[in-house]
Design a protein around this ligand. Structure first.
Ligand code: HEC
Ligand code: HEC
Ligand code: HEC
Length: 346
């Protein structure tokens, strides 16, 4: 697959993590998922999270814990941003020192447990993680569908995305220990019909040790019978067009969607079939303001879309890969054959 390099660079990282203009904003009315007393302060700039059982470095890698805060001493020339391979190499190098034994790059599940949901810029508890760069942090988890990418957590906004491992320099926060699973696992009883129904919930998130989970409707039951795409995922566009669901235009249920019936053809697709963006389908359940002008100005050629930008969560990737079908379903966007394009290879 061809991907253009991402434009975010180390220069931007330097500005952010210099820490000068930190402007954390928090919605104090929102639920506080990260009170400071969730953490036990240990010696040497380490904290233990009582909820997950994990120990964390209070400072991002390359920063020093001094006088209760974290410092990035520019004179020391210690690196604090890494490409993904460099981050792994640096962690391996450090592990040989006794004070770093057992410290490692967190998995995406682990790093996400630090997201302060009511705060941004950074989306971290800054008492526990002082002077933390509001920047992207690598995780050890590769993107299952494309090993050139790994998951990162953007601690400016608290969002999680898969980014190209090689292209950009990100921060790293080391972790130690084992994540306490929040879901208990049922005792398996082969042949028991109730156990069979419980097994359907056994996804590592739900608590299958409590049979009350069966009071909930399982997503498989809710989604059974809906049309599927070539990847056997629900084809929500078809569900909508076929009238199997009727989303409301507003909370009150009395408005009408403004449907805009204009296909936009994107032809800068190299040897891939061209891309059709159907306004009609999108505007059947998205207001114009969802896209115009924050994501796309309402004019042709207003933005430079590429697979790199889509995979890093911009342009079409604001939704596709998150709330709409994944960028890996190439054929659903690249649907218009042209001379020199493959006819079918998926
Ligand atoms: C899901 C995102 C999305 C939604 C929702 C959306 N648009 Fe667009 N719109 C686009 C994209 C993408 C383009 C093309 C931008 C480009 O070429 O850079 C575009 C372009 C346009 C253009 C320029 C077309 C041209 O030929 O110059 C107009 C006009 C427009 N949109 C109107 C609307 C209106 C009106 C609505 C709401 C009824 C709407 N759009 C909803 C994504 C959207
Ligand atoms: C959500 C819609 C969507 C999906 C899914 C999608 N693409 Fe694209 N692709 C685009 C758009 C939009 C462009 C930009 C076209 C333009 O600027 O004219 C593009 C551009 C490209 C290009 C041109 C070079 C580049 O990187 O921009 C290639 C090659 C490409 N896509 C391959 C793929 C492959 C392979 C897949 C599946 C793994 C895929 N695309 C899935 C929308 C999509
Ligand atoms: C604001 C969110 C949003 C953005 C931005 C967006 N889409 Fe979509 N798109 C959706 C949703 C929601 C669906 C329907 C759900 C699904 O199919 O997963 C959809 C469906 C589609 C479909 C399927 C249409 C069909 O009839 O099967 C195509 C093709 C598509 N999008 C292409 C694009 C391309 C190309 C871009 C970028 C130029 C883009 N989308 C940007 C939300 C978005």
């Amino acid at each position: 697959m061809v991907t253009k390099p991402l434009v975010v660079g180390v220069a931007a990282a330097a500005v952010l993590s210099a820490g000068g203009a930190m402007a954390q904003t928090c919605d104090l009315n929102a639920y506080d998922n990260m009170p400071s007393n969730r953490f036990v302060m240990l010696d040497g700039g380490v904290v233990r999270d009582r909820v997950t059982g994990l120990e964390w470095q209070r400072c991002a890698l390359g920063h020093d814990f001094v006088d209760g805060s974290c410092r990035d001493d520019p004179k020391k020339q210690v690196r604090s941003w890494f490409s993904w391979p460099d981050a792994l190499a640096e962690v391996e190098r450090l592990q040989s020192a006794p004070q770093f034994q057992g410290w490692r790059l967190p998995t995406v599940q682990e790093l996400r447990t630090l997201i302060y949901r009511r705060c941004q810029d950074p989306a971290l508890n800054t008492e526990v993680f002082p002077n933390a760069p509001a920047w992207f942090y690598w995780t050890a988890t590769s993107f299952a569908e494309n090993p050139d990418y790994a998951w990162q957590v953007d601690f400016k906004t608290g969002e999680t995305n898969a980014h190209l491992k090689s292209s950009i320099s990100y921060n790293v926060r080391l972790v130690k220990g084992e994540l306490i699973p929040t879901s208990r696992k049922r005792e398996e009883k082969p042949g028991d019909p109730e156990d069979e129904r419980l097994a359907a919930w056994d996804d590592g998130i739900h608590d299958t040790a409590d049979a009350d989970i069966l009071l909930l409707q399982h997503p498989n039951d809710a989604l059974a019978g809906l049309p599927r795409d070539g990847h056997d995922r629900v084809d929500w566009a078809k569900v909508l067009v076929d009238g199997l669901i009727q989303p409301r235009a507003n909370r009150e249920g009395d408005g009408e969607m403004v449907v805009w019936d204009q296909d936009i053809l994107f032809t800068d697709t190299a040897s891939m079939p061209h891309v059709v963006f159907p306004h009609k389908l999108h505007s059947m359940w998205l207001a114009c303001e969802n896209c115009h002008d924050a994501i796309f100005p309402a004019q042709r050629g207003g933005v430079d879309i590429s697979m790199g930008s889509i995979y890093s969560g911009e342009h079409c990737g604001v939704c596709h890969g998150k709330v709409a079908f994944t960028p890996n379903a190439c054929e659903r966007c690249h649907s218009v054959l042209h001379e020199g394009s493959p006819t079918k290879w998926w």
